[in-house]
Design a protein around this ligand. Structure first.
Ligand code: ADP
Length: 304
C-alpha cells in the first residue's frame, strides 16, 4: 500500500514555561505522521508539499525523514519558505497566530506533471480543505484535474473538508470549492461542528446526506465526543466514542482519527472497525499535549 498526503506543514512555536519550543505540524502532515506510525513497515507514506531552500526548510525535511514520512515529492521553492504559527496561552485557553500568506506550500500544485508523478502508484491520495484553501493561481484547477486522472487510473481520494474561513477569499468560494473537491472524492471525513456552522446542517445525518447527494461513496461524520456516523454505499453505522475524563489538548483529534481510519480501512477492516480505530487513536491523542504524540501512538491498542 502507498498513502499520499498533500498539503502544508508549518513551523509550530509553542509556549514552554517562559520560553518557546519549536515543532512542526499541519493537518495533512499530522495525518501522514500518524499513518506512518500505525501502518505496516512495508507500506509507503509520502507527504507532498512545497518548502523553501533555507535552513528551517531543511530542518522540516529532516524531521519528516526521521519520522519515516517520504519526502521524494516535496518541492523546493528557493524564493519562499515554510509557514509558521504561534500558540498563545491565556488562562489555560490556547489561541493561534499564523504567518503563512507567502508559504511555499501555496505553490505545491503549480506544476501538473509533478502532481501526476507524486500520485503515481498511490492507493489513496488524501487532502483537506486547508490544502485547497492555500493554493495560489491555477493550483486548485491543476489539483482537481490531477485527482481526476488519478481516480481514472483506479486510485482513491480521501478528503477532510477542515473548513477554515480565514484562509479563503470568501465564504461562498469556500463552500463551492469544498463541495467541488468532495465531489472528486471517494471518502469524505467531515467534522460536524464545521459543517453545521458553514453549511447550516442541523444534524450529522444532514451532513452525510449533503455529501451523499453529490455522489460520495463513503462519508464519515466526526462529532467530538458525540457519535460518529459512517456510510458506505448506502449502509450507515453509528459509533459511540468511549468518553475521555480529561481532554488535555484537542489539537489533531480529527487528523489522527483520519489516519487511524484510513490505515485500518486499507488493511481490510470494515467500516465500523475502521471508525473504531480512528476513534481509539484520537481518544489517546487528545489526552496528550501537542499535535504529534508518540505517547498517544504507544498508548492506543487497536493496531498492536
Ligand atoms: P476535529 O478535530 O476535526 O474537530 P472532532 O473534534 O470531531 O474533530 O474529533 C475527532 C474525533 O476525536 C471524534 O470523532 C472522536 O472519535 C474523538 N474525540 C474528540 N473529542 C473527544 C472526546 N471528548 N472524547 C472522546 N473522543 C473524542
Amino acid at each position: 500500500m502507498r498513502l499520499v498526503f498533500i498539503g502544508e506543514c508549518m513551523v509550530e512555536i509553542a509556549p514552554d514555561g517562559a520560553a518557546f519550543r519549536k515543532g512542526f505540524a499541519g493537518d495533512t502532515f499530522n495525518m501522514a505522521w500518524y499513518a506512518r506510525q500505525l501502518c505496516p513497515q512495508e507500506w509507503g507514506v509520502d507527504f507532498v508539499s512545497a518548502i523553501g531552500a533555507d535552513a528551517i526548510s531543511d530542518e522540516l525535511a529532516a524531521f519528516m525523514d526521521t519520522a519515516g514520512v517520504g519526502t521524494a515529492h516535496v518541492q523546493r521553492h528557493a524564493d519562499r519558505t515554510v509557514g509558521l504559527y504561534m500558540i498563545s496561552l491565556k488562562d489555560g485557553e490556547r489561541s493561534f497566530s499564523y504567518w503563512r500568506s507567502q508559504s511555499a506550500a501555496r505553490r505545491v500544485a503549480d506544476d501538473p506533471t509533478l502532481l501526476d508523478a507524486a500520485f503515481d502508484g498511490a492507493d489513496v491520495v488524501c487532502l483537506s480543505g486547508i490544502t485547497i484553501a492555500v493554493l495560489e493561481g491555477a493550483g486548485r484547477d491543476n489539483l482537481a484535474a490531477a485527482l481526476e486522472r488519478f481516480r481514472a487510473g483506479g486510485g482513491r481520494v480521501a478528503f477532510d473538508p477542515n473548513i477554515r474561513p480565514r484562509l479563503w477569499e470568501s465564504v461562498d468560494s469556500m463552500r463551492s470549492e469544498v463541495m467541488r473537491f468532495a465531489a472528486l472524492s471517494d471518502i469524505v471525513l467531515a467534522s460536524f461542528d464545521d459543517e453545521a456552522t458553514y453549511f447550516g446542517d442541523a444534524t450529522p445525518l444532514e451532513t452525510l446526506h449533503r455529501y451523499q447527494g453529490i455522489g460520495v461513496a463513503q462519508i464519515i461524520v466526526k462529532n467530538g465526543p458525540d457519535p460518529v456516523l459512517g456510510t458506505l454505499n448506502g449502509e450507515t453505522v453509528t459509533f459511540e466514542p468511549e468518553p475521555v475524563r480529561r481532554v488535555v489538548d484537542s489539537t489533531a483529534a480529527g487528523d489522527s482519527f483520519n489516519a487511524g481510519f484510513l490505515v485500518s480501512a486499507l488493511s481490510g477492516a470494515g467500516m465500523s472497525q475502521s471508525i473504531a480505530a480512528g476513534a481509539a487513536l484520537s481518544r489517546e491523542v487528545i489526552q496528550h499535549a501537542g499535535a504529534l504524540s508518540d505517547e498517544a501512538v504507544a498508548a492506543q491498542k487497536l493496531f498492536k
